[in-house]
Design a protein around this ligand. Structure first.
Ligand code: AMP
Length: 411
């Protein structure tokens, strides 16, 4: 489902397009429409499934279409790192909406508290906070609680594991009764259901279970610049004559055609499959692959889910899928039913952050192999993204934006 079909505000569609998000992930597709209807939601989803977007997008839509007069949204999270990650997504996805946000967490610099107090006095749309620091601001009456209409608990199970139950209850005691509540948690033990029962009203429950890649898949990756990718996969295929079925995934139809052309030029039995083909043509291509007439099949994600082709020895991700769950689906094409298989991912500099998201989802660091010497220097793998300087908005930008956009706001 596209975000356009979900009915999000144009300014959010612009932000999504800049971030390269084309389609909603399953958790987004299931929860955003319910949130937009005003329902309370419990989402059971791990990091990496797009859960942050699942609550940020409808909240930004509400902020853009309703005339909130002050802080409308409170997001409670277990850690500073998560608060910062969410804030980055608010800034990225909400860039064109002019929505403002602030993070509150413990352990900052002296003077932070007063700076946060001033920012909130000027008006801020979204507060993202860990429970302890939030309570200090609530006690000091630094937050306009009476206008809060949206309450979000993210990683609720982790908050309870960290002993925040009483703090959460205390925070909620400051808030207005009439509000919409969203709760996200990677697991749904009884204590989370009890918490939900206490604070959510008739919630709709959405479960997105992502199974981990099978143990039988040997996962490795190469850092590579774009021009190094085709010579690299040619070398890999040449070195493994025993691999009779190789599936290469890439993100666009254009790339499918390019890779097929290059590999055909080198004499491989290769075909491509994408949504460009009619159903009958697709079936024919798949039949050639399953009967081993074609050794290498190059595909977009049209076949990454569902189709059960047996005995695929190797899956190559020519580029890193944007949606981490797609990685799991792609490499799940090999090592089916307890057999062994291999998955190799080629990562260029721009895709590093996407691969880090995948490693977070599968809770495992994938070995990065050195490029063969003859291909030259590879980009360097970095475990962390460089820290961006945080922009601070104190309400003025929003006012300016709203004035500037005038009647264009959806009502
Ligand atoms: P999260 O589960 O919120 O930690 O999301 C993991 C990553 O998935 C985020 O950092 C985004 O880069 C990415 N992501 C979120 N929504 C989408 C989407 N609709 N399409 C592609 N990638 C997405």
């Amino acid at each position: 489902m596209t975000f356009d079909e979900i009915g999000l505000h144009d300014e959010l569609l612009e932000g999504l397009s800049c971030m390269g998000f084309e389609k909603a992930t399953p958790i987004q597709e299931k929860t955003i429409p319910e949130t937009l209807k005003g329902r309370d939601v419990i989402g059971c989803a791990q990091t990496g499934t797009g859960k942050t977007g699942a609550f940020i997008l409808p909240i930004l839509h509400k902020i853009r279409t309703k005339e909130y007069t002050n802080t409308s949204t409170l997001i409670i999270v277990p850690t500073r790192e998560l608060a910062l990650q969410i804030d980055q997504q608010v800034q990225g996805l909400g860039y064109f909406t002019g929505a403002t946000s602030i993070t509150l967490y413990g352990g900052g610099k002296a003077g932070d508290f007063n700076e946060q107090k001033r920012a909130m006095a000027n008006g801020v749309d979204i507060i993202i906070a860990t429970p302890g620091k939030l309570i200090s601001h609530l006690i000091m009456k630094n937050i306009h609680v009476s206008t809060i209409e949206n309450l979000i608990f993210d990683e609720a199970d982790r908050m309870l594991d960290m002993g925040f139950y009483d703090d959460i209850c205390r925070v909620v005691s400051f808030l207005p009764e009439k509000r919409q509540n969203l709760m996200f948690s990677a697991t749904m033990p009884k204590k989370i259901r009890d918490l939900a029962k206490r604070f959510l009203k008739d919630p709709i429950e959405v479960n997105i279970a992502i199974s981990k890649p099978s143990e039988g898949v040997e996962q490795t990756a190469y850092m590579a610049f774009e021009p190094q990718k085709t010579p690299l996969i040619t070398g890999v295929i040449d070195n493994k004559p025993e691999y009779k079925s190789i599936l290469i995934f890439t993100s666009t139809k254009r790339k499918v055609n390019g890779i097929v052309r290059s590999l055909k030029g080198k004499g491989y039995a290769v075909q491509g499959i994408s949504s460009d083909l009619e159903q009958a043509e697709r079936e024919e291509v798949l039949l050639d692959f399953t009967t081993k007439k074609t050794r290498v099949l190059v595909a977009t994600d049209v076949i990454s889910r569902g189709i059960d082709i047996k005995d695929i020895n190797l899956v190559i991700n020519y580029d890193v899928p944007g949606n981490p769950a797609d990685y799991v689906h792609r490499i799940g094409r090999t090592a089916r039913a307890d057999t062994k298989g291999a998955a190799i991912t080629l990562i260029n500099e721009e895709d590093m952050y996407k691969f880090r998201n995948i490693e977070r989802l599968i809770e495992k660091s994938v070995e990065k192999l050195p490029l063969p010497e003859e291909l030259g220097e590879a980009p360097e793998w970095k475990d962390k993204s460089p820290q961006k300087k945080k922009k601070r908005y104190y309400g003025k930008k929003k006012f300016y934006n709203k004035k500037k956009k005038g009647g264009s706001q959806a009502k």
